[in-house]
Design a protein around this ligand. Structure first.
Ligand SMILES: [Cu+2]
Length: 342
């Protein structure tokens, strides 16, 4: 009778502590607002895990603390406790239950992943380029932005590549995280569901300025998206027209930073991932195949658009990605800038 009383009290306490712990976890507000269709299944799984965590916390802590208080050794009683042999039934139960839970979580997780990866064949595509230390977003219509604008309720497929080391694309409000791996194109599908301004941050330590590698991610209504999109197209045309005229070293310098050349090429003579640009123009550049070439306009342009055509001696053939998306005028601007680096 006495034993039964303890079990009932412990049972009730486990229930109470589970519920209190669960609502305590919720009150901590651990997850930021959910801003994508894909966040729903992930949050559902988080919720299930919070419940399991609360329950198991209670199952372990309640009997422990209860025993400490009510089954404490009496003062002066130093006799041995009862000798307990194995208990086959109990052992079977505590093996079977966790096994069932783990298998169930595996199945639930797979089902969940299927929902997160669901493909909408109508999805728009945007190319994401990550580099030390920034992001660039290339839209299929031919303009490039430093902010990722997305229309609400439309799935978009991000095709992601890195110019240097491994980075990781993470918008906490979207929940999903995906690595950018040099030499590989990785995919990230998202359907934003909440208008607002978020931030993509790099979630893979990638060097000195890793902590500052963030860009705005702006989810807007369909109308605002079209307006932004048209404005970007207009600006891109304008920039193209401007650089179609006389090449300009100032614009070239801006491109040096914005296009990410700066991550690999110095302008002060120091060696980086790639050769320095200081005094490069019209110098004799030794190539990997033993010959050498004069760094004239043609060589510079070819090196930008098709970097592996002639590989500079001492450097890796595939270390530089092609920048063939740059317009002819922009390439000329960069060359003008390289010329100015005496
Ligand atoms: Cu990074």
């Amino acid at each position: 009778m006495q034993n039964k009383k303890h079990f009932i009290i412990i049972g009730i306490l486990i229930l109470v502590v589970s519920v209190v712990t669960y609502y305590g976890i919720l009150a901590l507000n651990l997850l930021p607002v959910a801003a994508a269709v894909q966040s729903q299944p992930i949050d559902w799984l988080f919720d299930l895990e919070f419940k399991l965590i609360s329950f198991f916390f209670a199952v372990i802590m309640v009997p422990l603390v209860y025993s400490l208080i009510f089954f404490r050794q009496k003062e002066g009683d130093d006799s041995d406790g009862p000798h307990v042999e194995g208990h086959t039934k109990l052992e079977l139960v505590w093996t079977a239950i966790p096994l069932i839970i783990v298998i169930a979580l595996g199945i639930i997780g797979a089902e969940n992943l299927k929902q997160v990866l669901a493909v909408d064949p109508q999805a728009a595509q945007v190319k994401v380029v990550g580099y030390q230390w920034g992001w660039r977003f290339e839209y299929p219509e031919g303009f490039t932005s430093t902010k990722l604008y997305l229309p609400v309720d439309k799935q978009v497929l991000l095709k992601m590549e890195s110019l240097d080391v491994i980075h990781s694309f993470w918008v906490p409000e979207f929940r999903i995280k995906q690595d950018l791996v040099p030499g590989q194109i990785t995919e990230y599908r998202i359907t934003p569901s909440l208008i607002g301004e978020y931030k993509v941050r790099c979630a893979e330590i990638c060097g000195n300025e890793h902590a500052y590698m963030e860009s705005p991610v702006v989810v807007v209504s369909q109308e605002d998206y079209v307006a932004w999109h048209d404005e970007q197209l207009r600006l891109a045309k304008e920039a193209e027209l401007a650089s179609a005229g006389k090449p300009d070293a100032g614009r070239g310098q801006a491109l040096y930073v914005e296009s990410g050349c700066k991550a690999c090429h110095s302008v002060d003579g120091s060696k980086g991932v790639g050769p320095t640009w200081k005094a490069l123009y019209m110098s004799s550049v030794p190539l990997a195949d033993g010959t050498s070439v004069t760094a004239d306009e043609a060589f510079l342009a070819e090196s930008i658009l098709n970097p592996s055509a002639k590989v500079v001696a001492g450097y890796n053939a595939n270390a530089m990605p092609s920048f063939s998306y740059l317009k002819e005028g922009q390439v000329n601007d960069i060359i003008e800038y390289i010329k100015s680096l005496k």
